[in-house]
Design a protein around this ligand. Structure first.
Ligand SMILES: Nc1ncnc2c1ncn2[C@@H]1O[C@H](COP(=O)(O)OP(=O)(O)O)[C@@H](O)[C@H]1O
Ligand SMILES: [Mg+2]
Length: 227
C-alpha cells in the first residue's frame, strides 16, 4: 500500500507558506524531510497528517519536545490510557511491555508525573505512545532537538530498531542532516514553502541539485557527529 496526498497547500495571514505539494509514501519507507528553519517542514507535516487521517489512515505524530505531548498535572499511566482510548484499544499489558522494552523505559514509574522522568525518557515515552496501535505512518517533527546529542542518537537507534521489519512508514523532520543521513533511504528537501528536491539520501548528499540541498549537504562533517 502507498499513501498518497495531492495538492497540499497552506495559507496563513494571506501568505502562502506551503505551495501545492503532492507526495507518495509507500509503507515501510523511511523518509527525511529536511530544510532550513522556516522552510515549511512543520507546515507540510501537519497538512500531510490531517489529509492522511481524513483518508482513514492511522498516522501518529511526535512533536519537538515532550512538553507539547505531556500534561504536567497527569501521571504517565493516565497519558498511556488516554492514548489507548483515543485509538479504541483495550488496555494491553503485553503491548505496553514490548514498547517499553523497545524504547528502554521499562524502569519508569507510571504513577509519576512527566517531570519526574528525565527528558530523554519522556520523549521515548511519547514515541512509544505514538507507536501504539501500529500506525501506517509516524511523523516525528525534530523529535530529538531538545535532547543532548548522545541521548538523541540513542533515541533514534531505539526507534530504528523497533521499526525494523515493521510496515509503519516514518517521516523524520529535521534541519540536521547528521541525524538523518544514516537513518533514512530517501530525502525530501524544502525551501520557502516548496518541496524543491527529493531522491535517495546518498544521491542528494553527494550530488545536491538545488540551492537548499547544496547548503544542507555542505555541512558534510555533521555526519561524523553521534546524532
Ligand atoms: N500560523 C502562522 N501564521 C503565519 N505564518 C506562519 C504560521 N505558521 C508558520 N508560519 C510561517 O510559515 C513558514 C514555515 O513555517 P514552519 O512550517 O514552521 O517551518 P519549519 O518547520 O521548516 O521551521 C515560516 O516562515 C513561518 O514563520
Ligand atoms: Mg518546524
Amino acid at each position: 500500500m502507498t499513501m498518497t496526498v495531492t495538492g497540499l497547500t497552506a495559507v496563513r495571514s494571506g501568505r502562502t507558506i506551503l505551495h501545492s505539494t503532492s507526495l507518495n509514501i509507500p509503507l515501510r519507507d523511511r523518509i527525511g524531510l529536511v530544510g532550513s528553519s522556516g522552510s515549511g517542514k512543520t507546515t507540510l507535516g501537519h497538512a500531510l497528517i490531517d489529509d492522511l487521517r481524513a483518508q482513514g489512515h492511522c498516522v501518529a505524530h511526535v512533536p519537538q519536545s515532550p512538553e507539547e505531548a505531556l500534561d504536567p498535572l497527569r501521571s504517565m499511566a493516565f497519558h498511556w490510557r488516554e492514548a489507548e482510548v483515543a485509538l479504541g484499544l483495550a488496555p494491553d499489558r503485553a503491548d505496553q511491555a514490548a514498547l517499553f522494552v523497545a524504547l528502554k523505559i521499562e524502569g519508569g514509574d507510571l504513577r509519576k508525573r512527566p517531570w519526574s522522568w528525565s527528558r530523554g525518557m519522556q520523549q521515548r515515552f511519547v514515541i512509544a505512545m505514538a507507536l501504539l496501535g501500529n500506525p501506517d505512518l509516524i511523523v516525528l517533527d525534530e523529535p530529538t532537538s531538545a535532547l543532548d546529542p548522545v541521548v538523541a542518537a540513542a533515541t533514534m537507534e531505539l526507534l530504528g530498531g523497533f521499526l525494523d521489519g515493521k510496515d509503519t512508514a516514518m517521516i523524520l523532520i529535521t534541519h540536521d542532516l547528521g541525524l538523518v543521513a544514516r537513518r533514512v533511504e530517501r530525502l525530501m528537501v524544502m525551501d520557502s514553502g516548496h518541496l524543491v528536491e527529493q531522491g535517495r539520501t546518498k544521491e542528494i548528499l553527494e550530488r545536491p541539485k538545488t540551492r537548499a540541498a547544496k547548503a544542507l549537504s555542505a555541512h558534510r562533517n555533521w555526519m561524523a557527529l553521534p546524532c
